[in-house]
Design a protein around this ligand. Structure first.
Ligand SMILES: *Cc1c(COP(=O)(O)O)cnc(C)c1O
Length: 408
């Protein structure tokens, strides 16, 4: 049920003690995981207000990640769209090339302050694995990354990066040999080794308290945009746009603005080959509520209740679920969720590369595609901020192949 503007302004946008955002979220996990999750919750609720912890987090964001990231006026592209002024929040300039490091730095520090010398992670395309291996090296933590055996083969550069960074990569041979099997294996490891092991989750999905923790660490993005937009154009943006896989770069931008209802919010899912085809990864646009990876949220399933196969040109958006807070924001009407197809994303990818001199990640290109459509409906004195969640270096092989060009 959509709420009134006044109601939306008066909410506190925090989960309840069970980790629910409205009907969504919570902890749908086995008994054995409950203890680990409540220990994590207690540690986090204590540390998030600990000045030493916050100081160390802020210092690493500045000197290791390179924050604050700039808010950049994409002047030529704005002109080309013929409408609102478009600004890019440059998370692509972060160390390791995306927003993911904001969260992994935070969780690695949580591990350190909770006296857990070992961290584990699961990864699909390898981006979260690399971000985790990076911060583990930075803090001197042992790091084990679970990865489906098929993904290990497909993503060999990232596997090598993780090894260079000192991590152990464990190929998971069970099931479909992809992300969901890696996830099961990581869970098993965590339950067995919880005394010395911290599980670093890569997006705002999973059981409570992970969606809140990951959001809080990424919220630095939106907090910076608040002062940067005042500085650059004297007010908050008229609209925010971000791509949504699990939803961490999006909620990082959105969260500090949730009570500022004059700011319109758009999350862009991967519409793949089209929302009517089922070959997409857009649970908020065309899925339904259910339970996935320990939380209640929107997901994509088949008629007989199995989790559906998804498709997107970008690995980072190719996920059948979404963070529970986004499910809540959709239902109450605070955020709008829309789709961009593979084709629209590729078009924006090429356009922004050529007009702005910035090669965006394919995930980000979905947000750019929608931002262009949106900006064209707005006045030239209005502003849209797009979260440039990552750089496209990792994607040039995919794009070249689609363009029929062979590299190497
Ligand atoms: C992983 C990734 C995403 C998707 O993850 P979210 O949790 O939805 O942010 C988006 N953009 C880039 C560049 C990524 O690496």
């Amino acid at each position: 049920m959509a709420l009134t503007e006044q109601e939306l302004r008066s909410l506190d946008y925090e989960p309840d003690t069970g980790g629910h955002f409205g009907d969504y979220g919570g902890r749908y996990v086995s008994e054995t995981l409950m203890a680990a999750l409540s220990e994590l919750d207690q540690n986090y609720q204590k540390l998030k207000n600990d000045p030493d912890f916050q100081r160390e987090f802020d210092a690493d964001l500045a000197s290791f990640v390179g924050r604050p990231s700039p808010l950049y006026h994409a002047e030529r592209w704005s002109k080309a769209t013929g409408g609102a002024q478009i600004y890019f929040k440059r998370e692509d300039l972060n160390h390791t090339g995306a927003h993911k490091v904001n969260n992994t730095i935070g969780q690695a520090l949580l591990a350190k302050y909770s006296r857990k010398p070992r961290v584990i992670a699961e990864t699909g395309a390898g981006q979260h694995g690399v971000a985790s291996a990076t911060v583990a090296a930075r803090l001197g933590l042992e790091c084990v990354v679970y990865m489906g055996a098929d993904d290990v083969e497909r993503q060999s550069p990232n596997v090598y990066r993780m090894k260079l960074l000192g991590a152990t990569v464990v190929p998971v041979e069970s099931g479909s040999r992809t992300l969901k099997d890696a996830l099961n294996e990581a869970m098993r490891d965590w339950v067995t080794n919880v005394d010395d092991t911290f599980y670093i989750i890569g997006t705002v999905a999973g059981p409570a308290p992970y969606p809140q923790i990951v959001r809080d660490f990424n919220a630095v993005v939106g907090r910076e945009v608040k002062w940067q937009s005042k500085e650059l154009f004297g007010q908050y943006p008229d609209a925010l746009v971000a791509c949504v896989g699990g939803g961490s770069n999006a909620i990082g931008l959105f969260y500090p603005f949730l009570k500022d209802t004059e700011v319109a919010i758009y999350g862009v899912e991967a519409a793949g080959r089209g929302l009517s085809t089922r070959q997409h990864a857009a649970p908020l646009c065309s899925g339904r509520p259910g339970v996935l990876h320990g939380a209640k949220t929107y997901l994509m399933d088949t008629n007989d209740g199995q989790i559906a196969h998804t498709h997107s040109v970008s690995a980072g958006l190719d996920y059948p679920g979404v963070g529970p807070e986004h499910a809540y924001l959709k239902d109450i009407g605070r955020a709008n969720y829309v789709g961009a197809t593979d084709e629209q994303a590729l078009c924006a990818f090429h356009e922004v590369s050529q007009v702005e001199g910035i090669i965006p990640a394919l995930e980000t290109a979905h947000a750019l595609a929608y931002a262009k459509t949106l900006a064209a409906t707005m006045r030239s004195d209005q502003t849209v901020v797009v979260n440039m969640s990552g750089r496209g270096d990792k994607d040039i092989f995919t794009v070249a192949k689609l363009d029929g060009i062979s590299l190497t």
